[in-house]
Design a protein around this ligand. Sequence first.
Ligand code: NI
Ligand code: MN
Length: 227
Amino acid sequence: MIVKFLGHACFFLQNGGTSLIIDPFLDDNPQAVIRAGEIKTDWILVTHGHSDHLGDAIQIAKQNDAIIITVTEVARYCGVRGARTHAMYIGGKHNFGEFTVKMTVALHGSSIGTNPVEYLGQPCGFLIFIGGKTIYYAGDTGLFGDMELIGRLHPIDLAILPIGDNYTMGPEDALEAVKMLKPRYVIPTHYNTWDIITQDPDKFKSAVEDETGIQVAVLNPGDTFEL
Ligand code: NI
Ligand code: MN
């Protein structure tokens, strides 16, 4: 299983012939190492409607005839714009054949546009069960105590957690998240894209590894992690 970081909060997972992209914000992403037009995938997972997550999902879906897996409101938004979608909601899981997705809660918002702001339901995170591994992609979220429950019910191989602060958990809260989730590995995300979310990921790595013994992989855009 290959986990590739594409910048900001966008990840590409590849397991054998199955690939999926999460929160494909690429063409307007200052960290992105690849254009949306170059993405080849059958599955697109979107946590919420904010432009740094929904991003280029509709274009990628259309160019690949791929399916967008997301919450109902975002699915409807994409569906009327010509994308194939699979709507789910928090707490639900679905087997897509080569992988299973369970939606988790995220403490955040979900909207698109400015005048007016269009609300797109609840934001979510994902548990992705693929290739015998469990990946928890928290999405944009603040810290919440039910992460302990998520970790207890689903032994996590890899947790992908935001550390940027301001819009999401900062590094201190992400350390608490790691303590509750007890994953085998952690990858920090959603930092250093813009000045307001500037963080030192190596400082986060040291703090987590010193306090928990859990290994943190700091990825630069374009880097891959083998799980
Ligand atoms: Ni957001
Ligand atoms: Mn975001």
